[in-house]
Design a binder for this molecule. Structure first.
Ligand SMILES: [Zn+2]
Length: 201
């Protein structure tokens, strides 16, 4: 991507919501507006020099769109659908779509549980219990289990909007689980020598 007529701007440090890079950019565009009869700069678009994608900053609302990517990438996820849904959960969070983010994570946790041997067609809390009972949750993660279980309470089919804090909690939990189940075992396989020499006598 090559942005035409991008101008020099005051340098700004931010975490790019597209690629996750922390950077300082001084290239982009600005918006001139008026406020209380004064001409002011009310918005900036900065272009990330890593991925070349634009991020909008609203000066008066103090917001960044898309917001910074939450968490870190997880390696060795064997299932492309799981990886895509995890990225979607993070994308929802970055545009403040917290309820959607929580729904993606719930779906992910169910999916992971079934892939790891849980029976399909159960309730969300059953899957969290399954992961807990089968030692997929490391000891320091167990205190999370109750609070994550509560995010699955949909018994009355009411629409319940989720908060930023709730979305963040279930995302951090999901990332921890993906790292524990897939990334750690993937790294283990990488470090094991593919050809173990056999000793001959
Ligand atoms: Zn970027």
């Amino acid at each position: 991507m090559n942005w035409d007529k991008a101008m020099g701007l005051p340098s700004k440090s931010y975490k790019c919501g597209h690629c996750g890079e922390s950077l300082s950019s001084a290239q982009g565009y600005l918006s001139k507006g008026s406020r209380n009869g004064q001409n002011v700069t009310d918005g900036y678009i900065y272009v990330c020099h890593s991925c070349k994608k634009p991020t909008f900053f609203d000066v008066y609302e103090g917001t960044q769109t898309p917001g910074p990517v939450i968490g870190n990438p997880v390696k060795h996820i064997p299932d492309a659908d799981v990886e895509q849904l995890f990225n979607e959960a993070k994308s929802c969070y970055s545009i403040s779509a917290y309820t959607s983010s929580v729904m993606c994570c719930r779906k992910l946790l169910m999916n992971i549980s079934v892939a790891e041997g849980a029976k399909a067609g159960k309730g969300f809390a059953d899957y969290v219990n399954y992961l807990n009972d089968n030692n997929y949750i490391p000891p320091n993660g167990k205190k999370w289990v109750d609070s994550i279980r509560k995010l699955g309470n949909e018994a009355n089919h009411k629409i319940e909007f989720r908060t930023k804090e709730e979305a963040e909690r279930i995302l951090v939990f999901t990332e921890m689980l993906l790292r524990f189940i897939y990334e750690m075992s993937g790294i283990m396989m990488e470090t094991e020598s593919p050809e173990t020499p056999t000793e001959t006598e």
